[in-house]
Design a protein around this ligand. Structure first.
Ligand SMILES: [Zn+2]
Length: 47
């Protein structure tokens, strides 16, 4: 899975997950997940 915030490949088994509008996103770290939480629209578009 791709972390849409930083572009890293992440393992869905260990990544931090967020659900947004029916899609699940995966993040490498809390920092990336928090950045997504602040502005999900921005990052959801680049997924
Ligand atoms: Zn990341």
């Amino acid at each position: 899975m791709k972390d849409v915030v930083c572009g890293m490949q992440v393992d869905e088994k260990t990544a931090i997950r967020r659900d947004n509008k029916g899609k699940t996103y995966f993040f490498c770290s809390k920092n990336c997940a928090q950045a997504f939480d602040k502005n999900p629209e921005k990052f959801a578009r680049s997924a």
